[in-house]
Design a protein around this ligand. Structure first.
Ligand SMILES: C[S@@+](CC[C@H](N)C(=O)[O-])C[C@H]1O[C@@H](n2cnc3c(N)ncnc32)[C@H](O)[C@@H]1O
Length: 288
């Protein structure tokens, strides 16, 4: 596979791809995401607004596969549900115009559950069918892949090859203790005032638990509905970015640029892919 990685973030698709293909070009508009990608992979993403990239430029890479995770806010439970009307869908619409003229042989798109049944979903399906490609709609959660974290996601897999759904592993989640840092960062503990103000709405878990709530991009700032908080003998604290990274299935060697703020790290992770789930979605293309 010759892969275009679009909306690349910290490079979850590339991580899931491993050596099943060659990533020929990578696009993301975020400086923080691109610095993190470049540090972890031997490639520098193109820092471009995808809605304005000329179709010719995208086609010149000679890619036969598109892997993409467009912004999910237009389809999110907590978003505005403006779907294709949302300005953050402009890049997706542009890519659908390119697809109409020159579709790749394979495409895998990841998004939140709200993408299913959206106008964006209908537009993609229309393009896929118009070119005679096959399509699968998959739903999966990292909690079925051995990870103690809720991350329900939708994958649209399209291909010139015929497709059939593969079984999910259905592994029991391991305890959170397996994912915690050896040395705690004391700064992650909530101060008394924040604890008093928010404790009733917090999703609290302990190291023995085998679950945690989905971590969203705002976890560094928000308390309620943004992810779980860990209760220890010492108090209540946020999960560290490296703990959240492990819960996404990122490897120990995964790194952030040293000068990247804590909030920015949580934002990138909150946008990220669960690696075992993305790997399973890619398996549907039948390249091992
Ligand atoms: C849901 S995240 C993708 C996460 C990625 N799959 C990963 O593994 O980290 C969406 C990404 O798209 C980028 N993005 C959003 N709008 C964009 C646009 N119009 N052009 C280029 N990149 C964009 C954001 O900076 C963000 O990194």
């Amino acid at each position: 596979m010759r892969v275009l990685e679009l909306f690349s973030g910290l490079g979850g698709w590339r991580r899931a791809l491993q050596d099943r293909g060659q990533v020929v070009a990578v696009y993301d508009v975020s400086e923080a995401a691109n610095a993190t990608y470049a540090l972890n992979h031997d490639q520098v993403p193109r820092p471009k607004e995808l809605a304005t990239v000329p179709p010719q430029e995208l086609l010149e890479h000679g890619a036969d596969t598109w892997l993409l995770s467009p912004p999910c806010q237009p389809f999110c439970r907590m978003g505005n549900h403006r779907d294709l009307e949302d300005r953050r869908s402009r890049a997706f619409c542009h890519l659908m115009d390119v697809f109409r003229e020159a579709p790749p042989d394979h495409l895998v798109l990841e998004n939140v559950e709200g993408f299913l049944g959206s106008e964006a979903h209908a537009l993609l399906s229309e393009r896929v069918w118009a070119h005679g490609l096959h399509q699968l709609e998959l739903q999966a959660c990292s909690s079925h892949f051995g990870l103690p974290n809720q991350r329900p996601r939708v994958f649209i897999v399209a291909s010139r090859k015929s497709l059939r759904p593969l079984p999910q592993p259905d592994l029991s989640p391991r305890p959170l203790a397996d994912f915690l840092d050896a040395v705690e960062d004391e700064r992650l503990y909530l101060q008394a005032e924040a604890h008093t103000r928010h404790h009733q709405g917090l999703d609290l878990v302990t190291a023995e638990d085998r679950r945690s709530a989905c971590f969203i991009g705002g976890y560094g700032r928000r308390f309620v509905g943004s992810g779980s908080f860990l209760k220890t003998e010492q108090g209540v604290r946020r999960f560290s970015p490296s703990e959240v990274a492990r819960l996404l299935g990122l490897p120990e060697g995964f790194r952030f640029p040293p000068n990247l703020s804590l909030e920015a790290r949580y934002r990138l992770l909150g946008n990220g892919l669960s690696i075992p789930v993305a790997t399973w979605a890619l398996d549907h293309l039948g390249v091992h």
